[in-house]
Design a protein around this ligand. Structure first.
Ligand SMILES: NC(=O)c1ccc[n+]([C@@H]2O[C@H](COP(=O)([O-])OP(=O)(O)OC[C@H]3O[C@@H](n4cnc5c(N)ncnc54)[C@H](OP(=O)(O)O)[C@@H]3O)[C@@H](O)[C@H]2O)c1
Length: 318
């Protein structure tokens, strides 16, 4: 098969389309003929040499894919050759084939084409596990989503609205805020002009900035609030005002999805299929796709992501 390999960490040009050995099908694995994958911010960190795949994962980038099952290994439950699926991966999505534990495989939701489906698993699993399983966002509560126009943000806005929350986003331009409002957000804050911590009080905050936003996030939490940090685009370290945290009886969580064991990913994936997919089937939640790029041109897709112009997901079509 062909895959995108990274011989040496560096700029987008480090991503090279090469012939590589086919994946081996292990016990409990599903082999997928990949129709598409999608770009995540984490793939850029992997390309730069800052985010190695966890042990046992394929060396190629790509945390999600869609495609058709070509083979199943022993002990696989619920999938058979010919099934149209999408999957949460530990790596290896930028390839023509990938082997993945069956627990991380999902049906393609109704009304979503096979290529579009590639952009759903990572964002759906991240938002479901953090906002709903960890932070337990409830109907009527306010969710603050930093980077509302990101791949993660566009799904978080739609899902939280569908579950009856008030949603506030931050974004870096009026155009991006307008798109978030179209997706259902109640309010948008242009972080280049305004300080979000002065403007919003939230029950739950989904944060991708890390250290830089920690003081503002704690300030913006309501009593009993839950801050979930999933990214460190503003650095790994920041000052935590424990006095404010204790007084508010608030909590700070940090998580990553990629390194979780298969069983934990399986619980998240089942939660997504049971709770998120029905909303996608019904058209309440739609994949937000910014561009479709041929997979062999993954370098171009990374340039688009790093330009920061995109809203939603950039797909890599096999
Ligand atoms: N921990 C996990 O398991 C996990 C899983 C998936 C993703 N993530 C993280 O989630 C984040 C989003 O991922 P993605 O793939 O969706 O990336 P993406 O589409 O490239 O989004 C990055 C976003 O960062 C926003 N941003 C930059 N500076 C900002 C600031 N000062 N305030 C608010 N937003 C700012 C950008 O918004 P503007 O363009 O509007 O400036 C952009 O929308 C990344 O940090 C990624 O590492 C974590």
């Amino acid at each position: 098969m062909h895959a995108i390999v990274i011989d040496k960490p560096g700029g987008p040009e480090a991503l090279q389309w090469r012939e590589v050995p086919d994946p081996e099908l292990g016990r409990g694995d599903v082999l997928i003929d990949v129709a598409a994958s999608a770009v995540n911010r984490a793939d850029v960190f992997q390309r730069l040499g800052f985010y190695d795949p966890p042990p046992g994962a394929p060396p190629y980038p790509g945390l999600e894919c869609s495609g058709v099952v070509s083979e199943v290994g022993p002990d696989v439950e619920g999938f058979a050759p010919g099934d149209r699926v999408c999957a949460l991966l530990s790596g290896g999505g930028y390839a023509e084939k990938v082997a993945v534990p069956w627990q991380q495989v999902m049906r393609v939701p109704d009304g979503v084409d096979l290529v579009e489906a590639a952009g759903l698993p990572e964002v759906a699993c991240t938002v479901w596990s953090n906002v709903f399983m960890t932070a337990r966002l409830r109907k009527g509560e306010t969710l603050l989503v930093h980077g509302g126009a990101s791949g993660i943000g566009t799904l978080a806005v739609q899902l939280a609205k569908a579950f009856g929350s008030r949603v506030v986003v931050t974004a870096g331009s009026p155009e991006k805020i307008a798109r978030c409002l179209e997706l259902g957000a109640d309010e948008g804050i242009d972080y280049r002009r305004e300080d979000f911590a002065e403007k919003v009080k939230a029950d739950v905050i989904l944060d991708i900035m890390g250290g830089k936003y920690l003081p503002g996030n704690v300030k913006a939490l309501k009593t009993g609030g839950r801050l979930v940090v999933i990214g460190m685009q503003g650095g790994a370290k920041g000052e935590l005002d424990l006095g404010a945290l204790l007084t508010k009886r608030a909590s700070v969580h940090g998580t990553t999805l990629r390194a979780r064991p298969v069983d934990e990913k399986g619980v998240i994936v089942r939660g997504v299929v049971d709770n998120v997919w029905p909303l996608v089937d019904a058209g309440v939640i739609r994949p937000v796709v910014y561009a479709r790029v041929p997979m062999r041109d993954a370098a171009e897709a990374h340039r688009i992501l790093e330009s920061g112009d995109h809203i939603g997901k950039i797909l890599l079509v096999s």
